[in-house]
Design a protein around this ligand. Structure first.
Ligand code: ZN
Ligand code: ZN
Length: 407
């Protein structure tokens, strides 16, 4: 028996509690930064499995030291979304919360992070029980607040780098609209970098009938919005990918008042750090120049928020993981994920350690059906074979990098 098979022998027993755990977690979703119940359950179970458990930055990290050898980290995200679930699952969420405007919003695991938590806990148990089959250290990391791009950073800010042994490689996965039972990998950039910028343009307020006494921020904003379109059209190499979207442009209250400022909300997506740096600097350059052209009385301000780093799979690690998946799941169950335009904050963790990583997709839906996209109120992955596949994928990837066993 190969060591994948030997460690995965325990899956039928693990599966028994995983399915119950998953249904419970699905019906008790928690918003980004508020994952206290989930984190407590994860910490308790990791402790029972023999992991050294630490809670930091709202997340949980368990370390299983199994002798000399490579250190491998696997990560899951724990947060749910402000979405009112509209599936007819018997374990659908009925949770709700009050948002900052006072409105009641439903809460649901509409991105499937409950799948990620359940699979990583199952994998953690399997590698602990099968510890004679490998050597090294396995680190199971559960981060909060992926949906607000802040949870990985919160764990780093709380001292993650010094709290665990330095991994040599990191893994993470996401349940997506692929067929359940399949996994999808892709070398190189797999998820886009995402940046949001709140830009404030300063004008000089006046009466609408006295424009000569104003610096009109509406005209300034209009010039900026038009000129920003040239970054992709004229400054980005044909064939390179970039998106610059002005999602919001707000100024003024009344037709006969010239406002004193305008606020633009701009979103940028890229797959290449060089392109990203260029696009962001081009935005600042154009905005500053247009402000100067308008005679703006004050320099514009740029407030960056919801920033997601690029997810760029290491070629060598990606190839090794894909080969292990093909061997374990069979060629027909391993697909090319391609590039996904969504974004993730996972890579902040491997980037903080300066280590390579691989991020892959796990199928969650029946063949031939149209899967609702992640974040849809109808998002309802099949429990099986989704949990088995995601659990086995983590075990197989980890074992592909861990050392030989004693057995
Ligand atoms: Zn999401
Ligand atoms: Zn997600």
């Amino acid at each position: 028996m190969g060591r994948n098979e030997s460690v995965l022998q325990g899956l039928p027993r693990t599966r028994e509690w995983q399915e119950d755990f998953y249904r419970d977690l699905h019906s008790h979703p928690e918003l980004s930064g508020q994952e206290s119940r989930t984190a407590a359950n994860v910490a308790r179970r990791l402790g029972e499995m023999g992991y050294a458990v630490q809670q930091l930055g709202g997340g949980v990290v368990g370390v299983l030291d199994n002798g000399p050898g490579p250190v491998v980290l696997a990560r899951a995200d724990m947060d749910a979304l402000p979405v009112t679930e509209q599936t007819d699952l018997p374990y659908a969420s009925t949770e709700s919360a009050t948002d900052e405007t006072g409105a009641v919003v439903g809460i649901a695991h509409a991105c499937g992070h409950d799948v990620h938590v359940t699979c990583l806990l199952g994998a953690a148990e399997l590698v602990a029980q099968g510890a004679s089959g490998w050597s090294g250290t396995f680190v199971a990391l559960f981060q909060p607040a992926e949906e607000t791009a802040s949870g990985a950073q919160a764990m780093l800010d709380a001292g993650l780098v010094d709290a665990i042994p330095r991994p040599e490689v990191a893994f993470a996965q996401h349940v997506l609209g692929l067929e359940a039972g399949t996994v999808g990998t892709h070398p190189g950039p797999v998820l886009s970098a995402g940046d949001s910028i709140r830009i404030t343009l300063y004008g000089k307020g006046s009466h609408g009938s006295m424009p000569h006494q104003s610096v009109d921020p509406v005209v300034l904003a209009a010039a900026v919005v038009m000129r920003l379109q040239t970054i992709v059209a004229r400054e980005t190499k044909p064939g390179e990918f970039a998106v610059v979207t002005v999602g919001s442009s707000v100024a003024g209250t009344k037709s006969n008042i010239i406002a004193d400022r305008a606020v633009l909300l701009v979103n940028v997506r890229t797959y290449d750090d060089g392109v990203r740096t260029h696009v962001l600097s081009a935005i600042e350059r154009i905005v500053r120049a247009e402000c100067e052209a308008s005679g703006s009385p004050q320099a514009p301000t740029f407030d960056y928020y919801d920033q997601y780093p690029l997810t760029d799979n290491d070629a060598e690690v990606g190839e090794a993981v894909t080969a292990s998946f093909r061997e374990h799941f069979g060629d027909e169950h391993v697909v090319d994920l391609g590039r996904v335009t969504a974004s993730e904050d996972f890579s902040r963790v491997p980037d903080a350690f300066g280590i390579p990583y691989c991020y892959w997709g796990v199928g969650g839906f029946a063949a031939g059906t149209e899967a609702p996209p992640n974040h849809s109120p109808f998002f309802a992955p099949l429990i099986q074979p989704t949990l088995d596949t995601g659990t086995a994928a983590l075990v197989v990837a980890a074992l592909s990098r861990l050392g030989e066993g004693r057995a």
